[in-house]
Design a protein. Structure first.
Length: 461
């Protein structure tokens, strides 16, 4: 079904116009002259309109369309209140409007210019396509792919386009898999590095060795302490013996001297002098013997102590080595635990990454199933890129771009084979020619607007 006559009165910038469209109807002129009002009028007649579209200074707008089947549609848009629509069949008279309008579907409310214009951003092309192809995916579909369905994912599945939701899940799963693989690789490298740092096992029981050396060191320290005590005791014993001997000899001299003093008082001075002399000699002899004894005992003890100190130094050195080996073994035990943890992390992250690989494959399969239900050949979406026949949209030749745009627009097309294109001047001459040629080949009626510096002009070709 196509439009044979279009009547517009008091709608937007149009006071009154009546045209008989052909294959291609071009409305051109400067901005503000009412070009887009023609396209809005067609859409308003079929889909309904608001009072703000009524021309200023008038009470209502009127739009009439006669289709090539001679069915006439009239819509009245009052300034106040709801619009009314009337559909008259040439044979059956007035018929119910809603079933008829439903069959006309959404009158290509998407504009191919938004897709074909080179200034359009990739993500905006995706949005344009998604508007043309309504698809939904359920949370259960995503869970079946291995996606962890959160409340946010469930909300998006309920309200957003299936391809958008799948792409977001795919991107999130891919990023998560990348992180897991990175963590697994890091854990493997950590395990390898820790393994290379482990000391070689010499087979010795360094715990028993350290225990034995500690006992030997305690023994040698005890021996050195005992020898010091014996030396001091020997010196004290020798000093006491010398003192006793001196006292005894002095007593043997003093006794007779006292008897003589009693008998020979006159000889006291001489005897006392002789006694003091002998006492001094005895004291000097005693001290000489004590010093000799000390020197001998100390010399003997020094030799014994030097041997024991040498043995002590040897044992202390071996004990330090044993304790160092003990520490190495204890540290090696901790390192082995860290290696085991790193191995577990590497395997765990690797397994999770493997599951995400399966999730990515299932999401790709789910997307393929959804796309296979769309009658547009060669379509794919990767990230923000629209892919046609495996090639990014911008790199596809003009004819294929136009063919794709028409395929997408026709998805929304019902019985009314009409496409409305605003801002036709934004397309290159090649795109415009291809669009017109494709429309004629598919027997689709085009309404296009184009900005020029001239007055409002309606031309058919």
């Amino acid at each position: 079904m196509r439009i044979k006559v279009l009547d517009i009165k008091n709608f937007c910038g149009i006071q009154e116009q009546s045209i008989e469209p052909t294959d291609i109807t071009e409305i051109s002129g400067d901005n503000g002259f009412g070009k887009t009002s023609f396209i809005r009028a067609i859409r308003a007649a079929i889909g309904g309109a608001e009072a703000k579209l009524v021309r200023n200074g008038t009470d209502q707008a009127e739009i009439g369309i006669v289709f090539d089947s001679d069915i006439r549609l009239d819509r009245i848009i009052p300034l106040i209140g709801k619009s009314t629509v009337k559909v008259v069949h040439p044979e059956f008279g007035e018929i119910r409007a809603k079933p008829f309008l439903d069959k006309l579907a959404a009158l290509a409310t998407i504009n191919p210019v938004d897709l074909l214009d080179k200034r359009t951003k990739p993500q905006d092309r995706i949005a344009w396509l998604l508007e043309a192809i309504a698809r939904k995916v359920t949370a259960e579909d995503l869970a079946g792919c291995g996606v962890e369905v959160t409340d946010e994912i469930r909300r998006k599945a309920d309200g957003e386009h299936a391809l958008v939701v799948i792409e977001e899940c795919h991107s999130a799963s891919y990023a998560r898999r990348r992180d897991l693989n990175r963590d697994a690789d890091k854990a493997r490298k950590t395990a390898e590095k820790l393994t290379s740092s482990l000391p070689k096992d010499d087979g010795k029981d360094w715990d028993a060795e350290a225990q034995a050396l500690s006992e030997a060191l305690a023994s040698i320290k005890s021996q050195i302490g005992t020898a010091d005590e014996r030396t001091e005791k020997a010196i004290q014993d020798e000093a006491r013996a010398a003192q006793l001997d001196s006292d005894e000899r002095l007593a043997s001299v003093a006794g007779p001297a006292k008897d003589r003093i009693a008998k020979l008082q006159s000889e006291i001075a001489e005897i006392m002098e002789d006694m003091n002399r002998q006492a001094l000699a005895l004291e000097q002899g005693r001290r000489s013997r004590i010093d000799q004894t000390k020197d001998r005992i100390r010399a003997e003890q020094t030799a014994a102590t030097a041997a024991r100190q040498e043995e002590r130094a040897r044992i202390e050195g071996e004990l330090a080595t044993a304790k160092a080996r003990q520490t190495e073994r204890a540290r090696a035990g901790i390192v082995r635990e860290q290696i085991a943890e790193a191995d577990v992390d590497a395997r765990t992250n690797g397994d999770k990454a493997g599951l995400l690989t399966e999730t990515l494959k299932k999401l790709e399969a789910l997307k393929s199933r959804l796309l296979s239900g769309i009658p547009i050949r060669g379509l794919d979406i990767k990230g923000n890129d629209l892919i046609i026949d495996g090639v990014p949209f911008d790199l596809v030749n003009t004819a294929r771009q136009v063919e794709f745009a028409f395929d997408a627009v026709c998805l929304r097309m019902g019985d009314l084979q009409v496409v409305c294109i605003d801002d036709f001047e934004h397309l290159s001459p090649t795109h415009r020619r291809e669009l017109e040629a494709t429309a004629r080949k598919r027997e689709v009626q085009l309404f296009v607007t184009r900005v020029t510096e001239d007055a409002l002009t309606v031309s058919m070709r």
